[in-house]
Ligand binder design. Structure first.
Ligand SMILES: NC(=O)c1ccc[n+]([C@@H]2O[C@H](COP(=O)([O-])OP(=O)(O)OC[C@H]3O[C@@H](n4cnc5c(N)ncnc54)[C@H](O)[C@@H]3O)[C@@H](O)[C@H]2O)c1
Length: 373
């Protein structure tokens, strides 16, 4: 499609006003390039709560009612629960609206290609926002690595420790759809939160040609089966290898303004290393990025390490795209499919005992050996 940027502030609707709205709305606040004209959520309580942010916006219990209102909409911030993404995103595109969707794009490749086809058929832009790509310590890590400050890349390691102790309140309703996702094999660590880790890997080092995974489960009863411990490893087309370990520490307390995952990224180069020490939670209380080389450690003390602001930057980027057409989208819908393939390759590998799987070769059902769509 040829996207023609808007020569006026874009008219936006929020669809889904739950937990993550609190961060997503940051890109829209004090942004002269956008007018928030509509808010949609079946929950009256959520609509009333969010109306305070946008007193002039009209509120609706459904997308259908918004469409019937005749209010002009250019773009939608889609914050629906993940199980609703496949049908929900298609519906928004078919209404003729550009969509800035949340991850995960959807659960399988058949749905992904259906969504992409809807974007194409309706000549609309679909972005699958990836706020981690806008988190300043990670951006600086990428800049340090790309500049060759630690030599050539020798490999890298992502660490994630899951805990539910500390952080902001997550309403039970936000967990309910996660349980649905667990039931269809799309767990909260590898698939939901993991989407960001896999995205970041692709962003840092490019396409992946082989994935090997060992995904375990820890059951807490009542269907709460957490997909950890897990280890995923992969090789990029450029030969760089990455490894990600996921560990569960349910009683670990983390101070956090958001979720409580303890996370680290460490890239090793031929003459040094660069490490981001924390993302969502305030785990390691060192500078958010440290770079070691030639016997000296450099600490970056003035980066914006508030994870919530990565949403602000990502949201502003999207609105700027709508106004100027300046990319890249971070992520485009095709890039989001690459992330999905990466995750599906990990499942395929783990199910087969950890064999190497090429994510580029998976068929519609997510299996190796099928014909690639
Ligand atoms: N980027 C990130 O780091 C990040 C973090 C958390 C969540 N997310 C993603 O954001 C999305 C929403 O997550 P959440 O935690 O805010 O969930 P949530 O359950 O708190 O909020 C979802 C909201 O959607 C509303 N809703 C349900 N059906 C609807 C419909 N038909 N039309 C309009 N609204 C409807 C619900 O009433 C609820 O208010 C998910 O895709 C999730 O994966 C992303």
């Amino acid at each position: 499609m040829i996207f023609v940027p808007y020569d006026r502030p874009v008219r936006a609707a929020f669809v889904g006003l739950g937990r993550i709205y609190d961060l997503n709305m940051r890109g829209y606040v004090d942004n002269p390039d956008v007018e928030v004209v509509a808010l949609v959520d079946p929950s009256q309580e959520r609509r009333d709560q969010r109306q305070a942010d946008w007193p002039d916006a009209a509120t609706f219990p459904s997308v259908e009612k918004l469409a019937a209102s005749g209010i002009d909409i250019d773009t939608v911030e889609c914050l629906l629960p993940a199980p609703m993404h496949a049908d929900g995103i298609v519906e928004l595109l078919e209404r003729g609206w550009h969509v800035n969707a949340q991850k995960p794009l959807c659960n399988d490749l058949a749905a992904a290609y259906r969504i992409l086809a809807a974007a194409k058929a309706n000549d609309r832009v679909l972005r699958v926002m990836e706020n981690y790509l806008f988190y300043e310590p990670l951006r600086k890590l990428k800049a340090v690595v790309d500049a060759g400050d630690i030599g050539d890349v020798a490999g890298y390691h992502v660490k994630m420790v899951g805990s539910g102790n500390g952080g902001w309140d997550v309403p039970w309703s936000s967990f309910e759809w996660q349980l649905e996702q667990i039931q269809v094999g799309r767990g909260i660590m590898v698939f939901d939160d993991g989407w960001h880790k896999l995205s970041t890997a692709l962003w840092l080092f490019g396409p992946v040609r082989e994935v090997r995974a060992w995904i375990g489960v820890t059951s807490f009863g009542s269907g709460i089966d957490i997909d950890a411990p897990a280890m995923l490893s992969w090789e990029h087309e450029n030969g760089v290898r990455g490894v990600w370990d996921i560990t569960l520490a349910p009683d670990l307390y983390m101070r956090s303004d958001y979720y409580t995952n303890d996370e680290r990224w460490e890239v090793t180069g031929t003459k040094g290393y660069a490490r981001v020490n924390r993302i969502m939670a305030r785990g390691i209380q060192e500078p958010s990025l440290q770079v070691y080389c030639d016997g000296e450690m450099r600490g970056f003390h003035a980066l914006d390490d508030d994870w919530g602001n990565s949403f602000r930057e990502s949201g502003r980027h999207w609105i700027r795209y709508m106004r100027t057409g300046e990319g890249p989208l971070n992520w485009s819908s095709e890039e989001a499919v690459d992330v999905l393939r990466f995750a599906l390759a990990a499942y395929e590998s783990s199910a087969a005992g950890g064999i190497g799987v090429d994510p580029r070769q998976l068929g519609l059902a997510g299996h190796a050996g099928e014909q690639r769509p």
